[in-house]
Ligand binder design. Structure first.
Ligand code: 5AD
Ligand code: SF4
Length: 441
């Protein structure tokens, strides 16, 4: 009888893409995917270690699983991903139901690790690699419209707060050819949007090909295929890349460009390698070339030694740039990072209050920007019924905004033009859309 696995994924989009790689590896070995943990032979959690809170959630979830192990001691439990890489064999001591600990570069070992676990042996594999990109693995994806393609792994930036360089190792890129053929196969299967993923996609390199070349190559797969990408580091955002986005209709006018802090002193302590002025200059260069661009960012509140004045600089940067949206976090100290030794002197209540202030400013700006869309036409890719109701449908603009529309007979995967009639800080609402054919330029 075939064995079955159940995987839960936590954290970033990179982990979602990795889960599809893991499923690809195990499927090749005859494993089936279980839809609930009760009936699986192996239960995996693909984990995140970026903030303390992410790890607490995993421990909470593991305690929910304890009864399954009691009922069936042969059920195999595995911790995969960044938390596995960070804590390694310590995880066995922290939780007794764990049989397998496997880091992000060791997923090819999972079939063997499961076999050993079924014989009662605990296994830990956390070697990081300079070359592993899983370029030859076919990720197992459920059908859909939108797919992640990981194009590079690891990060060499060593921002001082960030654990990723320790949990995902050094930067390495997949081949341009491998990425393009994956995008083509996805398009042929009916996918209409791909997001190219990496911790820092701008430093992608395959021989002479940089990220601008990769984006252009993927965009040439078909004019109906939307191409997105994330994450960009301000330091490596070249003019050639901005021009490539501007030149291709199907490369989305949406850039996620984390700035983290509005203060030069804090940026320096973070090892971000740019100043506020450089960052703003980059924003104006992008807006000059791509006037309709939507921008989002990441912000950390309460980095060690951050003063009230420096926090206000973060707020003023938000006002100056006016991002469409932002991901906002309280600083969380991580062992091994350089910021760990800077202490964690900002009290939790102060971090919380600063974060609230950041969220309030950003929510107002997102609302104001979305209000300006009312009365305008937007081109959306229809995704189907919205999460809330079968009677409401949802589509997404090129600028990554969700548009709720009345139930429609336009098939998901088609493009349509819609007039916006209302907006909140997170969502646009449209009238009945008109289908459009998208043609090669
Ligand atoms: N504490 C808080 N936020 C962090 N991030 C990364 N490390 C930490 C940390 N230790 C945030 C950064 C990054 C995003 C993915 O997570 O803003 O851009
Ligand atoms: Fe972490 Fe900085 Fe690398 Fe992003 S660029 S993964 S924040 S070290």
């Amino acid at each position: 009888m075939p064995r079955s696995i159940y995987i839960e994924t936590y954290g970033c989009q990179m982990n979602l893409a990795d889960t599809e790689i893991i499923n690809g590896i195990l499927n090749e070995q005859g494993y089936e995917l279980a839809t609930d943990p009760e009936h699986a032979d192996a239960v995996f959690m693909n984990t995140c270690a970026i903030r303390e809170h992410a790890e607490q959630r995993i421990y909470g979830r593991l305690s929910n699983f304890a009864h399954l192990k009691k009922r069936n001691p042969r059920m195999v439990f595995g911790i995969l991903g960044c938390m596995a890489e960070r804590l390694r064999k310590d995880l066995f001591e922290r939780n007794s139901i764990i049989d397998i600990v496997c880091g992000p570069d060791e997923y090819r070992r999972l079939p063997a690790l499961i076999d050993e676990a079924l014989l009662g042996e605990q296994g830990v594999r956390t070697q990081l690699s300079r070359v592993e990109t899983y370029d030859d693995i076919v990720p197992l994806r459920t059908e859909g419209l939108s797919a992640w393609i990981s194009v590079m792994r690891g990060c060499d930036k060593f921002c001082t707060y960030c654990v990723v360089p320790f949990t995902r190792g050094r930067e390495r890129s997949r081949s341009l050819h491998g990425v393009v053929s994956e995008a083509r196969e996805l398009f042929d299967r009916g996918f209409r949007e791909v997001t190219l993923l990496g911790q820092n996609v701008n430093s992608y390199r395959d021989g002479d090909h940089d990220f601008a070349a990769l984006l252009a190559a993927v965009s040439s797969v078909d004019a109906c295929l939307r191409v997105r990408f994330t994450t960009s580091h301000p330091q490596d955002m070249s003019d050639a890349l901005i021009d490539t986005i501007a030149a291709h209709e199907n490369i989305c006018n949406y850039i996620h460009l984390p700035f983290q802090s509005g203060s030069d002193r804090i940026l320096d302590l973070m090892n971000r390698s740019y100043t506020r002025e450089h960052y703003l200059d980059l924003i104006w260069r992008i807006r000059e070339r791509i006037p309709t661009v939507a921008l989002s960012t990441d912000i950390i509140a309460g980095f060690p030694t951050e003063t009230e004045e420096e926090h206000l600089m973060t707020l003023s940067l938000l006002e100056e740039v006016r991002f469409d949206s932002a991901f906002m976090f309280k600083y969380s100290p991580r062992e091994k990072t350089r910021a760990w030794s800077m202490g964690d002197d900002i009290q939790d209540a102060v971090k919380g209050r600063r974060l609230e202030e950041i969220i309030d400013v950003q929510r107002r700006i997102s609302y104001e920007i979305n209000q300006t869309r009312i009365g305008k036409m937007e081109r959306i890719l229809i995704e189907g019924a919205s999460k809330r109701s079968e009677e409401e449908w949802m589509g997404r603009t090129d600028t990554n905004k969700s548009v709720i529309i009345p139930e429609s007979n336009i098939s998901p995967g088609s493009y349509a033009d819609v007039r916006i009639v209302a907006a909140t800080s997170a969502t646009l609402f449209g009238e009945t859309p008109t289908p459009v054919a998208v043609r090669a330029a």
